[in-house]
Design a protein around this ligand. Sequence first.
Ligand code: IPM
Ligand code: MN
Length: 368
Amino acid sequence: MEKHIVLLPGDGIGPEVTKAAKNVLEAIADRYQHSFTFESHDIGGTAIDQHGTPLPDDTVKAAKKADAVFLGAVGGPKWDKLPGHLRPEKGLLGIRKQLGLFANLRPVKAFQQLLHASPLKEEVVKESDLLIVRELTGGLYFGQPSERRNDGKEVVDTLAYERREIERIVDQAFQSARVRKKRVTSVDKANVLESSRMWREVVEEKKAEYPDVTVEHMLVDAAAMKLVTNPAYFDVLVTENMFGDILSDEASVLTGSLGMLPSASLNEKGVGLYEPVHGSAPDIAGQDKANPLASILSVAMMLKHSFGMEEEAEQVETAVQEVLGEGYHTQDIHLFKGKQVSGSELAAKVVDQIRASDTTENIMRCYV
Ligand code: IPM
Ligand code: MN
């Protein structure tokens, strides 16, 4: 298959982890005789420095034409003092909006090899395998510009949803649940927020279309608590933009490190943007310390969701498992008997695994 991928390395550790993602994609292309072509564009703080805007038109144009987009990270202290519309994060929010990426999938799975690195007790985190489905282009993040204001005395952000925006993310959650354990937990704040009451109504209406999936409602504060007391309770957790942002960071550390969590953001046509959930980590940028695994696992999501390459995706996940199984890790994870390596070394180990699997299979083929 031929696929064209747009890379948006961005800021901080973004370029390092994007390089790891690209190396893995190239290894997969060689291993399975695909042809992947790449094109890099600026976004975030780097784009502000180069073009005076966090989201240049060229970046949007290229992303719209691509088969898939990979994004590293945006943001950093260098740009913190800029006004809201000029901040690096605006680049990320802008591209999500422009590509219509309303569905953000954030899977959180406990890696057996890293159980003891989790802040929770092993027996609590052991069976965790959940998918956070976060609404990504509405809610508080995208309140009406005309209502958003700060005059020094009063400040206003608005939380608005159109019914159809809730419907499509709820549909996504039910569909994701169908290929998992068939349980949806819809998370809201219906005891306080009007938007949450409509959210509940939509979930209640939609559940008739998915009789094979069980669904329940949970208030966001209770969900935050449940995530640390019994994370294995959840299968698919669906929620609005801001709640999803917070809960997914909370859930991510269950796996031992935020540096392990991948994500996919999809639009109605299935075109996706793939990015690690961690940020730009300016404190370790340029030191080759960043954990590349969240990015590499995001590549696995790209292969599966945008290209329909199930086997290739599995190959990437297996390679990650094997490398962890051999004890390799970056500095964000503390393993008792682990072998700490740099980010690029860890990525190279994954690439070696993928390439080695090729050889083993070829040798096997010769013998059969
Ligand atoms: C995320 C990030 C972004 C968000 C920021 C960088 C705007 O935290 O992808 O979770 O809040 O959506
Ligand atoms: Mn976040």
